[in-house]
Write a new protein. Sequence first.
Length: 634
Amino acid sequence: MENALHYIELSKDPITFDSVSQLTNVFFDDSNRQIFAVRSGGATGIVVKGPTNNNVISFCMDNKDKEIIRSIKFAPDNKILAVQRVENSVEFIPFQDNQPLLNEIVVYTAKSLTIFGFVWVHEREIAIISSSGVEIFLVAIDKKQVKSMKSITLTIKWFAWCPEGNFAVLATNNGMTLNPVILKQKTITRLPKLDLETPREGPVPERDVTLGQIYGTFAVLILLQNSSGLGEIVIYMLNGPGLAPRKQHVLRLGHSGRFAMNIVDNLIVVHHQASATSLLFDIALSGEVDTNGITYHAPITPGRAIKPFLLKVPSLGEQTKYCELYSKHWVLFQPNIVIDASVGRMWYLYLQMEPLCTLITDRVRLVEFLLNRTNGKRILLNVLQEMVDSQYNGMLLPIMENVFDKLNVVYSNWLSAQLQSQTAQPSSAKNLPKLPTPPKVLIDQNDMYAEVFTPIAERAYTEKILILYLQSLARHNIDAQPDLSKMIAAELIRNEHFDTLQKLVDYALLKDSKLLACFLLSHSQINSTITQTAMDILDRLKAYELILEILLSQGKVIDALRVAKSLPDCDTISARKYLEAAKKTGDPAIFYSVFLYFQQRNYRLRGSPEFIRGDQCLEFVQYFSMIFGLKQSS
């Protein structure tokens, strides 16, 4: 068991507290992630811990002639403690320096109804959920009052709470109808209700309902049994006000018995007590879709156990024993909290991506999976590096084409979001366009060039991989950046695929740039097609000055002069530069043609063929006279 591959583990430094006993009760506030160990007696001793072991509040309250505590929660700033002892009353106790001011208690009492629970929605506002509805109160300790701010009336059977987004579900109609609400300061927002009409889906007990946010959307997860007696989880996505909840996903568990859930990094971790294993689901991955558009998901991998670990046993000194995993005493809270009150521990549950990814053998599915993980980029780059490694020698090309498309869908959406943000017009100086939220994992061209492609430069299969990536960029309307274009051009030149290079440039798959043109010109001695391709790029860029410099450096003075003559400012070009280049060719005919052109230009501009002193052409006039004067005399 110890040598088995584990990708789920509990935190090595759990929150410790007094375990539950005849004298000690334990409560948990999932909003503040605080554990309350309440020891009863003549005086009630309370120790509050969380969300880490370093956050400790310890105090006592007089328990004389009082009922036992049913529920207890601090306000977000730990300045007011709400305590429920009886079914229709809540006490509010102010705190100063982490100690209660017992003489300033304010009590709220509701007549003829049962209070199921309460949640703080602000530092001084609390929502009380009772059998007759939900009401938000302002707790004003200084005025000794609890003032109603907002309420809705419903006959409630039970309720469930999700701190993420202040989202609750109120069960009505004996549990056959679930009413989602968002509870915030002074507001109660009702979302469309969810009716469970089929016999196997209702009525639903509170223990079988889990609330959470999955990929940014509120979700209601309901544990059911299918017709074969096996467990499955039905997921309703709450898509916002005015939009009815949709049954969109079903998780096939393949087991029967007791289950519990965590939602970690948008993954649903389903713990099965009987088999002592956990199943992992990702609703973003494809599954089997029925005619109603409901997607049925199988676990990402076969069930695996949480990594075993040793637990210190205080009663045995420094001795340790293996912690009982999947204990019947475990209680789970979202997103990743596991509490075992029998041993006095609260853990955070974590997923280890690297061992998990070794179990996902479908590479396309693995890429889809990692693109949605918070810390998936480094692992995804490692996967891409492995796919292009020489051990496969290009055999994974069909898979890589699909993988590149997965990467570039995210990349393209991100570029579009950035462009929209940059072009959005602010309504005022204070109301600037909101910057887009980057995706969980973005693999852009810089990443691919530096991390994936550069290490495989000049291998036999590199060109094919690069062309596949370039085609994927084109399909998603993404321009290839200069570094990538240069690398592709280098591979094509190395493999003497000059026609392919020209076609990629002509069809704009390799974007025109001066950098690419200059790179091609540096290899122009290899093949004339390279030179022409570079010149075509510069021509499209209207980089005429650069074209002229290149032609002159190559001794193609007549060609340069022909280009210069087509430019609007042809009358301002330097006669000296062209005459100097013509002289360097050593060809008298070229020098003669160039010299004659500038004489004609002088005549047209000044009425005389002579060069003036500012032209700095005296040496070329003398050279012309020497060369062509001697020939004439002979």
